[in-house]
Design a protein around this ligand. Structure first.
Ligand code: ZN
Ligand code: ZN
Length: 372
């Protein structure tokens, strides 16, 4: 879930009467105790208790959930600017990285611009971070079974000193007086009105009086970082996996870009892939094809399977072994076994005699239907 505006205004730990280092167990027991105490059933008609109960529930909904708690802690650590909010405001605000429009509105309100403001030129206001792309080498097995790994990327990230605001710690950017925080200025020339990027603030709508010493006011620094990537089972070679918000950092409160990881899957000496099915070619002898045989076939996940090759099987016939292909959350692909009649390059004299006897005994040419 995305950070909520109210996260910056509410201390859920305080609401539950625990410290922000409390264990999940402590939080749970504090919640249980308080929710019992203020439960509407125990306080009929008491509005204050009811409100308190709601607050407790809302707090537990976030810090009682491991994932949400992490996001909440992180959002509070970064502060409103770092998490993409311009500062405290009114009402709930759902922050989604795809929604620049809302951010534009947010900043518009913050800096006294009307919601129905003119379209901003590029470069004004919050900017979404760049999308990054990296390749990830995967073993055949890793791609089939899924794997959690890390990729190293070097990119611009939010400056660790100022959390991306560009302002010296302890100070904050202020609204640009030249453009009134709009990031653009209008020039009227006769009938025409031109908008241009504000030269004072460079379109950001904010000016930094005391620049951050680490990034010199840019809000970004270049750093190598490791990104944990969970590759789902069954990725294909060349597949792009999108990691939302793990790309370059947004500027001026804009959302982060995305990171695209392109899977490069190494070939396997025995197995091939066709979507969720694994493929393998298994040589059999002419005798096995003609007389039928039980043929042992290796699988990717270990234990071999035995397929029944019926008498009179032609070379190239494919047998399906259900469920032994690429594992999926629901079910699995199949293993497609193609048998291929192997012709020996050399025959022992005994074999030669046997084959010659077979040739002599064969009553009909397989080419009879060709009519030549
Ligand atoms: Zn300006
Ligand atoms: Zn900085």
């Amino acid at each position: 879930m995305a950070p909520q505006r109210e996260w910056f205004e509410k201390d859920y730990y305080a609401t539950l009467g625990v410290s922000d280092t409390a264990t999940a167990k402590e939080i749970k027991s504090a919640y249980r105790k308080l929710s019992r105490q203020y439960h509407p059933d125990n306080n009929p008609g008491d509005k204050a208790s009811e409100d308190r109960f709601k607050e407790i529930s809302a707090a537990y909904d976030v810090v009682g959930d491991e994932t949400k708690r992490k996001e909440y802690d992180e959002a509070r650590r970064l502060g409103p600017m770092g998490a993409g909010f311009g500062g405290p405001g009114n009402g709930n605000f759902n922050f989604t990285t795809d929604n620049l429009g809302d951010l534009g509105d947010l900043f518009g309100n913050l800096f006294g611009r009307g919601r129905a403001g003119a379209r901003e030129p590029r470069g004004a206001g919050p900017q979404r971070g760049t999308d990054l792309e990296t390749e990830l080498q995967l073993s055949f097995l890793g791609a089939v079974q899924g794997v959690t790994t890390t990729v190293n990327i070097t990119s611009d990230v939010a400056c660790h000193t100022c959390h991306g605001t560009g302002a010296k710690p302890g100070t904050a950017p202020r609204q640009c007086p030249h453009c009134g925080g709009r990031g653009v200025i209008d020039e009227n020339q006769g009938f025409f009105s031109f908008s241009q990027v504000c030269p004072e603030c460079g379109g950001t709508g904010a000016v930094v009086d005391e620049p951050c010493p680490t990034c010199r006011g840019s809000g970004v620094e270049r750093r190598a970082r490791q990104v944990k990537v969970r590759i789902p089972a069954g990725v294909n070679d060349g597949q792009r996996i999108r990691l939302k918000g793990r790309g370059g950092p947004g500027r001026h409160g804009g959302p982060n870009g995305d990171l695209y990881v392109i899977a490069r899957v190494e070939p396997h000496p025995l197995f091939g892939r066709r979507n969720d099915d694994l493929t393998i070619t298994v040589p059999i002898t002419f005798a096995e094809a003609a007389l039928g045989a039980d043929v042992k076939v290796p699988t990717l996940d270990g234990s071999p399977v035995t397929i029944k090759v019926p008498a009179g099987t032609r070379s190239g016939r494919t047998f399906r072994v259900k469920g032994r292909g690429v594992p999926k959350t629901k079910g699995a692909g199949d293993l497609m076994v193609t048998v291929e009649v192997a012709v020996p390059a050399k025959l022992s004299s005994e074999e030669r005699k046997a084959v010659e006897a077979l040739a002599a005994a064969s009553s009909e040419s397989p080419r009879a239907h060709l009519g030549v």
